[in-house]
Design a protein around this ligand. Structure first.
Ligand SMILES: Cc1cc2nc3c(=O)[nH]c(=O)nc-3n(C[C@H](O)[C@H](O)[C@H](O)COP(=O)(O)OP(=O)(O)OC[C@H]3O[C@@H](n4cnc5c(N)ncnc54)[C@H](O)[C@@H]3O)c2cc1C
Length: 322
């Protein structure tokens, strides 16, 4: 077991983590980004990005590579295949970040950019047609379905809101829900019921997703859970909104979060634990996009630098008094 000392430890090398690494590198801080896999985060699961300003059309993995190269060029240290297990704050104000192989990273500040994971249906075809019909993000992929017939799965606010949003593009949206009533708020439900392009299919689950020779989705097999009746539903896209799980399990200690577990921060991205910052998809916010992730990360990196300066000033003042 080895102990490493840094000014800033950044957990996760998605867009937020790499951007925080770039800014901390430029500020000449001793910072490290710890990534359990490869740099890129959700960009590695995204076929095409068309809404990152400056890039009208770029493949997800290409943007990830550009972020990684840019961060490295400005001095970021990115360690891959390093899974963080726990981050906890000691009485002396230092954070201990423990990784899988037992090493400890000590730092006065930590930026959590661990993102989150859309909950999957876990059915045949879901993985195979990801990015080829299967999506978890309406704002990202909706416009690919202009004039199409698509389906949305779920019954909460996200599913109902996004079904309504997707009718801007699609001619027809089937909203498939496994129960006979939505969990969504009444006002959102009203929008769904009043939208002539949405057809709700109650008491129904999706069993599998299928495609054609071109590798693109063509239909899904659905089943009524009350009658058992099964049929194929023709749709070129399926948007799955059955929940999203923020990766906050590494944080040891109480921090404020919303009902679904997203981290609450102040406007400087600081959590309710002083010195612990959060940026990107892991944080409570209106929308989750690459632009918002890197925006958050910029603020978090600069706020962490200011926190370190204030901490050093306080330590110097205390030493002078002593
Ligand atoms: C299918 C899909 C399509 C999308 N399309 C678009 C789009 O077109 N445009 C757009 O702007 N946005 C899009 N998004 C959203 C965008 O990808 C996210 O908002 C963005 O990636 C968030 O960045 P992040 O750094 O906060 O988190 P993430 O990208 O999730 O990165 C988090 C990183 O943290 C790492 N990590 C997690 N836990 C640990 C741990 N314990 N130890 C070490 N590392 C850890 C993960 O491996 C991951 O690399 C899409 C998302 C999805 C799912």
């Amino acid at each position: 077991m080895a102990v490493h000392e840094y000014d800033v430890v950044i957990i996760g090398a998605g867009p937020a983590g790499m951007c925080a690494g770039m800014y901390t590198g430029r500020s000449m801080l001793k910072a490290v980004v710890l990534e359990q896999g490869f740099p890129g985060g959700e960009l590695l699961n995204t076929e095409v990005i068309e809404d990152y300003i400056g890039f009208e059309h770029i493949l997800g993995h290409e943007l990830a590579e550009k972020f990684n190269n840019h961060a490295l060029k400005f001095g970021a240290e990115i360690r891959t295949s390093v899974r963080v297990e726990k981050v906890s704050k000691r009485e002396d104000g230092m954070f201990e970040t423990r990784v899988e192989d037992g090493d400890i990273f000590l730092s006065p500040t930590v930026i959590v950019t661990a993102g989150g994971t859309p909950i999957k249906l876990d059915i045949p075809g879901e993985f195979e047609y990801a990015g080829k019909g299967v999506s978890y993000c309406a704002i990202c992929d909706g416009h690919f379905y202009r004039g199409h017939t698509i389906m949305v799965v779920g019954g909460g606010d996200a599913a109902c809101e996004e079904a309504d949003f997707l009718t801007r593009y699609a001619d027809k949206v089937y909203l498939v829900h496994r129960r006979d009533a939505f969990r969504a708020s009444k006002i959102v439900q009203k929008r769904v019921f009043e939208n002539p392009k949405i057809e709700v299919i109650w008491d129904t689950v999706v069993d599998s997703i299928h495609g054609g020779a071109d590798g693109l989705m063509t239909h899904a097999a659905i089943r009524n859970v009350k009658t058992g009746a099964a049929r194929d539903l023709i749709a070129t896209g399926i948007f799955i909104f059955v929940g999203f799980k923020p990766n906050t399990g590494v944080i040891d200690g109480h921090f404020e979060h919303d009902a679904t577990g997203y981290i609450v921060t102040d406007m400087n991205m600081q959590t309710t634990i002083p010195g612990l910052f959060a940026a990107g998809d892991v944080r409570v916010q209106l929308t989750r996009q690459v632009t918002t992730a890197v925006g958050d990360a910029t603020t978090a990196a600069i706020a962490a630098e200011k926190y370190l300066t204030a901490r050093k000033d306080a330590q110097r003042a205390a030493a002078a008094v002593g």
